[in-house]
Design a protein around this ligand. Structure first.
Ligand SMILES: Cc1cc2nc3c(=O)[nH]c(=O)nc-3n(C[C@H](O)[C@H](O)[C@H](O)COP(=O)(O)OP(=O)(O)OC[C@H]3O[C@@H](n4cnc5c(N)ncnc54)[C@H](O)[C@@H]3O)c2cc1C
Length: 228
């Protein structure tokens, strides 16, 4: 199948922490996607996948890119400037949500938050989802935290949404949850056998969390995941 590509101008580049930045692109005419899908950025022969951080009804296409030291695309993104055009593919992937009003638990680490925010915002803001939505967001250090204010704003506006941030290497000043997401999961999965679980992050996190869910009798068909 031929993959469609589009030219898109960068209109904002903002660091969310020291190694993750938010890139805002003009949405090409007719570009539609489902919450949770990803696109490929194409630099000549170099293709890399990035989940779409914005939701389909937003006016821009936003990405949340973690810069990996020594990574080829990461080095190119580090130097990219506002006003430049990049080539993006059509949206892809099946890590997405339906409009059904079912309770959902999301587990994300690092830039794995990107597709999950698109899904959560779409459910709350556009689908007017009333069932509970919970997000467990894992990061390593306090300095790595991003998007907390926006998550708090969603909590204030939508009583059915709640979230926790857990740090695997917290300092003593941190008053939130400690430890990896897998450590903090147990209390959230009791009585949630009919939830849909959405996981996104590193292969290790997805493997560990998926195993815990399956060991707790969560049906595999109710566990959706995307690995970065
Ligand atoms: C479906 C999907 C969605 C994704 N969505 C996102 C997203 O929303 N945000 C995001 O940030 N990422 C996302 N990714 C990951 C992304 O596609 C890239 O894999 C990532 O940005 C790294 O690309 P890169 O070219 O910078 O690194 P690569 O060049 O591909 O390098 C990969 C790894 O090797 C290491 N490496 C490379 N060269 C060297 C070297 N010389 N010495 C030592 N180590 C080296 C790098 O540090 C890195 O850890 C997604 C991946 C998939 C599959």
């Amino acid at each position: 199948m031929k993959i469609l590509s589009y030219q898109s101008k960068i209109i904002k580049k903002e660091y969310l922490n020291s190694d993750i930045f938010h890139l805002k692109l003009i949405k090409p005419n007719g570009y539609t996607f489902l919450p949770g899908q990803f696109l490929q950025t194409i630099f000549v022969d170099l293709k890399r996948s990035y989940s779409i951080f914005s939701k389909p009804s937003d006016e821009t296409i936003d990405l949340c890119i973690k810069l990996l030291s020594g990574g080829v695309a990461s080095e190119m993104f580090k130097n990219i400037e506002i006003g430049e055009e990049i080539t993006i593919s059509q949206p892809m992937g099946h890590f997405t949500i339906l409009e059904d009003d079912i309770e959902r638990t999301y587990i994300a680490t690092g830039s794995g938050l990107a597709p999950i925010i698109s899904m959560i915002r779409t459910s709350l803001e556009d689908y007017e989802h009333k069932s509970k939505i919970y997000l467990l967001f894992g990061l390593r250090y306090i300095e790595n935290i991003f998007y907390q204010k926006e998550l708090e704003a969603l909590v204030n506006k939508y009583p059915n949404f709640s979230f926790d941030i857990t740090l695997s290497r917290p300092t003593t000043s941190w008053i939130g949850k400690n430890g990896r997401v897998s450590v903090n999961l147990a209390e959230k999965i009791i009585d949630k056998k009919n939830n849909l679980f959405y996981l996104c992050g590193s292969p290790e996190m997805v493997k560990d969390v998926r195993k815990i869910l399956i060991d707790n009798k969560i049906d595999t068909k109710n566990i959706k995941f995307e690995i970065f």
